[in-house]
Design a protein around this ligand. Sequence first.
Ligand code: FRU
Length: 428
Amino acid sequence: MTNETLGDGSPGTGARTGWTREQASRIERTEDTVAPIVYPPETDQIPEVHIWDTWFLRERDGTLASVDGYRVCFSLTAPSDLLPGKRHDVATIRCFYSDDGRTWHDAGPVFEGALGQRQWAGSALYDDDGSAYLFYTAAGEEGSEDLTYTQRIVGASGGRIDTAGGFELSGPWTHHELLTPDGERYEREDQSRGMIYTFRDPWFFEDPGTGETWLLFEANTPVPEGSDACGGDAALQAFNGSVGVARSPTGDPLEWELADPLLDAVCVNQELERPHVVYRDGLYYLFVSSHLHTFAPGLEGFDALYGFVAEDLRGEYVPLNDSGLVATNPENAPFQSYSWMAFPHGEEVLVQSFFNYYDFAGETLDEIAHLSGAEQMRRFGGTLGPTLRLDVAGTRTRILGALGHWHIPLAGEELPPTDRELIRRGKA
Ligand code: FRU
């Protein structure tokens, strides 16, 4: 597999692959990439909090863990009476569990005394010895009176799950600061030239092909003033998202060394959020979420799941479906879902996301900031959305349909026929 367009617009910053403007200019909604419309769930399973970025407890090999029959997930949460736009300022990680993959229960906030003023997204490892690690982003400096936006990658060790009398996740947790940006491969806050910099969303990955242990994260590539990146266009240079990676030489989940980014999007997009990999048929499918408003001038993207495929984790990534677009929201509900996370299930790849803003009809997120609190609340989902079903083969993907809100099938669970399948059978 070769990437013929590699180098077009790529500033040569150290990432092996760049998502180019030429590739991103091909982004368009198609039948295969637009998710079905989401309707609010009949009941809110966890009414006490709003939920957004969510990740599952996984084993070293990436399988979703099943702990004595329980699926376990972690979400960023905020009190449900808080205005949606304020939620990032108070985010707290909670744990949820389910014994049927449909009905979820609140196991409460995971930590007391985590690092940062608030915690942003991450990942969770259920290690071979039954201990749990939580990787997260410490946002802001603990102890600072003002809300700050510094981001550090933290690993919490010491988690234990006890199912003798129900489900319980407990510590004591020890919080280890694992990574901060080096200013060379990864932009520091004081180097940022555009929107807020990113250094967050750690995601644990043990490479089934090589056995090597990696931590992926969202970052930015430093582009100094006067650089000739993007043909010297300073406005474009401010858009410099990357997928960062660190390697653990020993496999120890608390010991990491920064390596060159897997991919960057200089001149294309500022935020490649929550990077993660699905390994399938010997190929590495790298997925990120990104926003309409983080594309550089001259490009039109969507709030969507984007993806790339390579033959090695550190190989040359080719955008899926020519442009990188894998799953987006319908045109008449462009912000209905966000923060997608793909995982394999049998022949399919499933994608979970949260139900975000709906009832949008042609507005932008900035425009709703002026609405009354009640109106903003009315438009906000704040719960897990329906799970998307994807067919993934080579460099193409196709949305097959969706499961219900919060439906995360148990291991080996057979999925119902998709709508496409039913239509096909009806015609046969
Ligand atoms: C994506 C995201 C993550 C971050 C979190 C903060 O929805 O921007 O990158 O960890 O939200 O709330």
